[in-house]
Design a protein around this ligand. Structure first.
Ligand code: EPU
Length: 428
């Protein structure tokens, strides 16, 4: 068993360097399968989801070299396998990008169903709708997705029925080497979508409109090697800002794109925090007492669903009643029962969490249910009186690089403890 032990009460203070964006990296690395040549990708976060993807690429015949902790070199020129190993694929959500990449490069893919955080039902029908429109025959069984297009994909006009990050990126990847032009309408606009388009364009793709509702992909014959640096992680930065606010602290997140954090800092301001923006840093200083507010999660530039559990945790000790409504997933409130065990007055009412701020939370032993809820429970532990033990931390380490070291550098009293009977759990 590996767990975090947190002694709460310290106000977080200081500066923290933000790593590369997880949800950009987990799309860009599979997309490197489209490239005939060597890709150098920098600012890759050192997290278990990325390491699993690198293992998958290597097992398929790509040459993967780590040039430094953050820089990876991938040469997928000689990849021939279109069936990545099921066990590795099942560990992470982002393995669905392997379908788009393999279909785009080889016209065939057989990929086990993705794993990852299971906080809600997470269909991939829009990905399949896109691949089908591009000319592929797709069969989805309980265990795998099999897609074939022996004569190669052809550009098409695709309207997404829901705004989906994964479907937007996967269709973009598949269409990059397709014959003709693909138009994707009702796209997601998250910063990592623009980052993936920039990566592909820097390797020779012709993609325009990323970051707007309509993306156009003019198919090219091949992609060449090149170098690319991934953007900073909006959600990691937001998580440290939330931790600062919850503990009554004063934290500067460095190496960020402040514009990407507007949707988060707007809400922290409403809660009474003071926010200062610099060129590539944002400082948040907590007020004496946080104020209640209402939040609805939305696709970008709305408030991100991946920050929902962290802000609910901040509001658990704010004055008054807050409502936080989930507008992206059917449900993402399973963690409220754990927060309630720490003394929070929280309940789920349909698609909303109703939070009545309490004076203090108290430490206890809790289990991280998934990546973001796990991070939220760490924040709760840092803000609570007494000792909190967080179990099932593998799911947190899927997406946060050096979480313990970064929090300790800010003055948080947290350590990672491994007991001898540790068993390696696959990421949640
Ligand atoms: N949806 C469909 N059909 C689809 C795809 C999505 O109905 O084919 C629905 C989903 O059920 C959901 C909504 O559309 O209600 C949005 O889902 P989206 O496809 O945008 O999510 P995703 O691609 O599965 C990515 C991130 C998530 C993040 C969401 C939303 C990755 C690997 N995952 O998931 O990140 O919550 O976008 O921003 O990029 C996390 O980092 O903790 C995480 C869960």
């Amino acid at each position: 068993m590996t767990k975090y032990i947190i002694r709460g009460g310290a106000k977080l203070r200081g500066s923290v360097n933000i790593s590369g964006a997880k949800n950009a990296a987990v799309a860009i690395l599979p997309a490197s399968l489209l490239v005939s040549g060597t890709c150098r990708v920098d600012n890759v976060p050192d997290i278990s989801d990325v390491n699993t993807l690198l293992e998958i690429l290597a097992s398929m015949g790509a040459k993967v070299r780590r040039l430094s902790r953050t820089e990876i070199e991938i040469d997928a020129t000689h990849v021939r396998s279109c069936t990545p190993p099921e066990e590795l694929v099942g560990r992470i959500r982002a393995s669905y990008y392997l379908i788009g990449a393999l279909l785009g490069r080889f016209g065939t893919a057989e990929v086990a169903m993705p794993g990852g955080c299971n906080f809600s039902f997470r269909p991939i029908d829009q990905h399949i709708k896109g691949f089908t429109a591009l000319g592929a025959q797709v069969e989805q069984s309980a265990g795998a997705v099999k897609a074939d297009c022996p004569d190669g994909l052809r550009g098409a006009h695709i309207y997404l029925d829901v705004v989906s990050v994964g479907a937007t990126m996967n269709i973009m990847i598949a269409a990059t080497l397709a014959a003709g032009t693909t138009v994707i309408e009702n796209c997601a606009k998250e910063p990592h979508i623009v980052d993936l388009a920039n990566f592909l364009n820097s390797m020779g793709a012709k993609i325009s409109g990323a970051g707007t509702d309509v993306i156009r992909v003019r198919g090219v014959n091949r992609l060449y090697g090149g170098s690319y640096t991934i953007i900073p992680d909006q959600i990691e930065a937001g998580t440290y800002l939330a931790a600062a606010v919850a503990t009554g602290g004063d934290v500067t997140v460095q190496n960020v794109i402040p514009k990407h954090l507007d949707c988060i800092t707007a809400k922290l301001r409403e809660m009474g925090a003071s926010v200062t923006e610099y060129d590539d840093a944002v400082r948040v200083c907590a007020p004496e007492k946080l104020r209640h507010t209402n939040i609805k999660t939305m696709p970008y530039p709305g408030f991100p669903t991946d920050m929902q559990p962290q802000v609910v945790t901040c509001l658990a000790c704010a004055q008054g009643e807050s409502f936080v409504t989930e507008g992206v997933y059917d449900t993402r409130f399973g963690y409220l029962t754990q927060l309630a065990r720490m003394g929070a007055d929280v309940r789920q009412d349909g698609k909303s969490a109703v939070i009545n701020g309490v004076e203090r939370l108290h430490g206890c032993t809790i289990k991280a249910p998934d990546l973001r809820a796990g991070a939220a429970l760490v924040i709760a532990g840092l803000a609570a009186d007494g000792v909190t033990e967080v179990e099932n931390i593998q799911c947190i380490e899927r997406g946060y690089e050096s979480l313990v070291d970064k929090l300790r550098a800010l003055g948080g009293d947290i350590c990672r403890v491994e007991t001898p009977d540790d068993t390696v759990a696959s990421a949640g």
